[in-house]
Ligand binder design. Structure first.
Ligand SMILES: C[S@@+](CC[C@H](N)C(=O)[O-])C[C@H]1O[C@@H](n2cnc3c(N)ncnc32)[C@H](O)[C@@H]1O
Length: 323
């Protein structure tokens, strides 16, 4: 992406988003994806607020110019910045304010705001952290779960409970499980924004690898189970790497899944192809000696073009033994 081409790129991208007819029911989406900018930047739209993620170094003057163009050429009034150079992971603790400035680069400050996804309200904190409250690529997964969840739902690695909320809105009893108290509280806020009373026992703070075993021992079974771990996580059993350890996680999770239940498995590991991901998931079923039927293979929505690293596989657990 040549810097001088940015206005044209932006205008084309915004026209495309308008043609998707996401609004007015969806006001949170990806306005610029990696394939539109040669991987140099992405932009999320949260209503009137833009969150610009930079994957390469721009000068402070260029950063401000980019933000100015966003405000001039789209309905955005504020632009927050996330600097995401490759080595960001190692710098995250020392330079948090540099990587994710709490104040916008341009326009009024919105420490908190709400936006819609398919008419569902979500709370966002665009300046608080690198993660703003919801992952836009998961929109199709959330929609799918709203339409297809069965019975009791266990939403693991729940983050702000976007997937769980979609099932809860359809009347399902949902347990959201995450290792961060902060995001679970945020999840409860999302429930309340949608007139749902969050029951404290449905928000479990703890380690998924630990809790899957505990729930199994307690005899708790679910008809729908969601697995959406980060590519790299630390848990009770040590380090989890999606490309190496997903089969084991599936094997463990299947103990808590009822016969005929749905398993939704997700990863946004860019280095893992759909084929290798699927191979691991099926290996998990083989180890657990459970039969399955693949129902869906999904990824991000059309606002991501043909890109996006997210892979979602949805399986029905056919029976208690291998068919
Ligand atoms: C990729 S996000 C999940 C996104 C979420 N499923 C959604 O759709 O919005 C990963 C989440 O896993 C949580 N996490 C990481 N390791 C964990 C562990 N061992 N046990 C429980 N949660 C964990 C993090 O706190 C984070 O909220």
């Amino acid at each position: 992406m040549d810097f001088h081409d940015f206005p044209q790129i932006l205008e084309r991208a915004y026209a495309l988003r308008k043609s998707l007819n996401l609004e007015p029911h969806t006001t949170f989406y990806r306005l610029l994806n990696e394939s539109e900018t040669a991987g140099k930047l992405t932009l999320e739209r949260i209503g009137q607020v833009g969150v610009l993620s930079l994957y390469t170094d721009f000068s402070p003057v260029q950063e401000l110019e980019l933000a100015g163009m966003l405000v001039d050429l789209t309905p955005l009034e504020s632009v927050y910045l996330k600097r995401r150079p490759r080595e960001a992971r190692h710098r995250a603790n020392v330079e948090r304010e540099y990587l994710s400035p709490s104040e916008p680069l341009l326009g009024p400050h919105h420490p908190e705001l709400e936006a819609l996804e398919h008419g569902i309200h979500f709370r966002f904190r665009p300046g608080a952290d690198l993660s703003i409250g919801l992952f836009s690529d998961m929109r199709p997964g959330r929609r799918w779960l709203r339409e297809h969840a069965r019975g009791r739902v266990l939403n693991t690695f729940a983050y702000t409970c976007g997937l769980g909320l979609n099932a809860a809105l359809e009347g399902h009893r949902v347990k959201n499980l995450d290792a961060s108290k902060k995001v679970l509280e945020w999840g409860k806020e999302n429930y309340r924004l949608n007139a749902l009373e969050p029951h404290p026992q449905d928000f479990i703070f703890g380690d998924v690898f630990d809790w899957l075993g505990r729930l199994y021992k307690r005899g708790e079974r679910f008809e729908t189970l969601v697995l959406d771990p980060p590519s790299f996580a630390r848990g009770r059993g040590g380090v989890f790497r999606a490309e190496r350890d997903y089969a084991g996680l599936v094997q463990l999770a299947l103990k808590c899944l009822s016969q005929g239940g749905l398993l939704m498995v997700c990863t946004n590991h860019a280095g893992l192809s759909f084929q290798s991901f699927e191979k691991q998931i099926l290996e998990g079923f083989t180890r657990a000696e459970r039969g399955f039927k693949i129902l869906e293979r999904m990824g991000a929505g059309p606002d991501y073009g043909d890109g996006g690293a997210l892979k979602i596989l949805i399986l029905e657990c056919a029976s208690g033994y291998l068919d």
